[in-house]
Design a protein around this ligand. Structure first.
Ligand SMILES: NC(=O)c1ccc[n+]([C@@H]2O[C@H](COP(=O)([O-])OP(=O)(O)OC[C@H]3O[C@@H](n4cnc5c(N)ncnc54)[C@H](O)[C@@H]3O)[C@@H](O)[C@H]2O)c1
Length: 312
């Protein structure tokens, strides 16, 4: 099989690429290194890595028309500065539309997308959130632009799967609470937690399901979720355990910020129906795998799509 992976040097993209290569597929990965790193993918004779942006329409058309992939796995996204609307729209709207348009023009059979659970708004109307919950993405540039890309996909008539995700973590995770806790603990700084709960999933558990989606399993929207949320405090405790620190520093508990959702718990029932039984890796194992990665590669800073003052 031939698969084009955007954001192939990022967390989710690189794990998907590795699994595709392992089973003998041919892969072209495109990444502009905004949050990805070249060292996330080793050289491989069935892999071509293009360092460029999906906002470049001519290049995207060229890549898709020359390579003729059976599937596109579109993980590239811009999110690292909540005030950088320009780059969010350039990558997530223009770049996203470029990918969808090229898939249509050159007859790509499958398109796999990754949507944020923030598309349901900061105060979801139900828990767990069902797939038919209205999309209310207006709280951030990230969720507005990611949802725009999902709408283009729906408009396209392509055979697609969109995985709506809460928190995907593990090695190569550069955003959200896990790298922040690691870095602050390493630097001897105070950590902060809120009473929020989140639905954390291991990146490799997701990547296995993405490969199935490339093969034709599933159509339309899915929640990739274990169906259970955990407290941010539990995540913090798992980081402290994994780092094997001489003392066990306490995190200070803070009020939820105005951009923060108390709980994100996605209803995974349709995913279990169509993709079968999914093995979810336990939290401590997931966190320990991420910490091992940070020990070797460091973190990239403290990216979140939340405003800086809300995450301190
Ligand atoms: N990780 C999560 O918890 C989570 C939750 C919800 C949705 N998602 C979605 O999943 C996808 C992958 O997330 P991830 O965790 O792997 O993030 P990531 O930052 O590790 O990967 C994104 C990759 O896209 C690349 N990229 C950004 N702009 C680009 C451009 N214009 N052209 C080419 N490449 C570009 C980055 O350099 C990076 O390698 C994203 O679409 C994201 O919106 C992730």
């Amino acid at each position: 099989m031939k698969v084009l992976v955007t954001g192939g040097l990022g967390q989710i993209g690189s794990h998907v690429v590795e699994m595709l290569l392992e089973r003998g597929d041919e892969v072209v990965a495109i990444d502009n290194l905004a949050t990805g790193r070249r060292e996330h993918l080793a050289e491989h004779d069935k892999l071509r890595v293009v360092i460029d942006t999906i906002a470049n329409k001519e290049l995207v058309d060229q890549l898709v028309s020359n390579f003729r992939p059976d599937a596109i796995v579109h993980t590239a996204a811009s999110y690292k500065d909540p005030d950088d609307w320009y780059n969010d729209t350039l990558t997530n709207c223009v770049g996203g539309a470029n990918m969808v348009d090229a898939a249509k023009k050159f007859g790509v059979g499958r398109f796999v997308y990754f949507q944020t659970a923030l598309c349901y708004g900061l105060h979801p109307l139900q828990q767990p959130i069902r797939l038919d919950h209205p999309r209310l993405p207006s709280s951030s540039s990230y969720s507005i632009s990611k949802t725009t890309n999902e709408f283009y996909l729906e408009l396209s008539g392509l055979d697609y799967v969109t995985f709506r995700l809460a928190n995907v973590v593990g090695p190569r995770n550069v955003a959200g609470p896990l790298p922040i806790f690691y870095q602050r603990l390493k630097d001897g700084k105070q950590c902060f937690v809120t009473q929020a709960r989140r639905d954390f999933v291991f990146v490799k558990d997701l990547a296995r399901v993405v490969v199935k989606a490339c093969d034709g399993v599933g159509h339309g929207a899915y929640h990739f979720s274990s169906g259970q949320d955990i407290a941010i405090q539990e995540l913090y405790d798992a980081v402290v355990n994994a780092m094997d620190l001489p003392s066990k520093p306490h995190a200070e508990v803070k009020e939820l910020g105005p951009d923060d959702v108390f709980s994100i718990l996605l209803d995974p029932s349709r995913t279990f129906e169509d993709f079968g039984d999914i093995q979810f890796t336990p939290l401590q194992e997931t966190v320990s795998a991420a910490i091992e990665y940070y020990k070797q590669h460091g973190t990239l800073g403290e990216y979140t799509h939340l405003r800086l003052q809300d995450k301190q």
